[in-house]
Write a protein that binds this ligand. Sequence first.
Ligand SMILES: Nc1ncnc2c1ncn2[C@@H]1O[C@H](COP(=O)(O)OP(=O)(O)OP(=O)(O)O)[C@@H](O)[C@H]1O
Ligand SMILES: [Mg+2]
Length: 298
Amino acid sequence: MKTKRTLDIIVAGEVNPDLILREVPPLELEKELYAKDMDLLLGGSSSITVFNLARMGARAGFVGVVGDDFFGRFCAERLKWAGVDLKHLRWTKTVRTGLTVWMTRGDRRAGVTYAGTLAMLRAADVPSEYLQRARHLHVGAYFFLSSLHKGAPALFRRARSLGLTTSLDCNYDPTEKWDSGIRRVLKETDVFFPNEDEAQRLTGQRNAHAAAEELRKLARIVVVKRGAKGALVSSEERTFAVPAVRVRAVETTGAGDSFNAGFLAKFVRGASLDECAEAGVESGARAVTKVGGTAAFE
Ligand SMILES: Nc1ncnc2c1ncn2[C@@H]1O[C@H](COP(=O)(O)OP(=O)(O)OP(=O)(O)O)[C@@H](O)[C@H]1O
Ligand SMILES: [Mg+2]
C-alpha cells in the first residue's frame, strides 16, 4: 500500500527557548542588576526553520526532544501555533528543556546555554512511517546534535530510499574539529547550507567559491550563505551568486535558518535553483528586519 505524502517536509533537530534580557549593565557577582527589557522567544536553528516554513505555507512536521516542563510546553505551543505537525516531538521526563539566556548591551550580546534536551535527538526518533508521509527531510544545527551523529548517515540513506530529498545545515562546530562524521552525511545530502565561515572551516579553503566547489564533491547542491553579501549556489551544472535583498538590519538571529526555510519552501515544490535561491535571500532579509528568528514571519 502506498502512503499518502501529507507533509512537504520534516525538520529534525534542536528546539529551545531564548530568554533575552536587554540593556544589562556589566555583571558583578553578589549584585542584582536590572535589565531594561525582556523577551522569551522560540530559539533553536531547526525549530526556527520549521516555524518559518509552516508560516510560508509548507506542510511541515518537526522531530526533536523537549522536557516535560514549562519551556518544553512553550516551544510546542509556538510551533503548534505556526501550524507545525508535532506528532513525533519526543517529551522526556528525565531531562529539562534546553535554554539560552542572552544578555544584550547596545549591539553586543553574551549568552549562556543550558544544553538539557538540546542534543538528545537520535536517528531512531524519526520513524520510517513518518518519513513516508513527507517529500523532504531537513536537519538543522548538525554539529550540536551529538546523539544524532552516529545514526545520521543511515537516517539520510533511509529517507532517500523512501523517496525523500534531504538537506543539512551545520552551524558552528562547538568542538571546532569540523568533523563529527559530517562528510558521510553530506554524501547522502541533496542541499547543504553552511555559511561562509563554516564552509571555509570545513574545507580549509580561503574563499567561498573554492569551499563550495570542494563541498560539492560530497553534497549534490551547496548553498553558501554570506550575510549581507547574499549567497553562492553550486550545483553540478553551474555555480552562481545571488545578491542579498537590501534591508535595514535590526537583528540577525535566525537569518540563516530563515534562508533555509525560504529556499526549501520552493525546493519541495520542484522550483528551479534560481527561484529557490531568490526565495532564500528574501526570507533571510525578512528575518533581519525584526528581533528574533521568527518575529518577521508571525
Ligand atoms: N544584513 C543583511 N541584509 C540582508 N540580508 C541578509 C543580511 N544578513 C543576512 N541576510 C540574508 O540571510 C542569509 C543568511 O544569513 P547568514 O549568512 O548570516 O547565515 P548564518 O550565518 O547561517 O545565520 P545564522 O546566524 O542564522 O546561523 C544571507 O545569505 C542573506 O541572504
Ligand atoms: Mg547558520
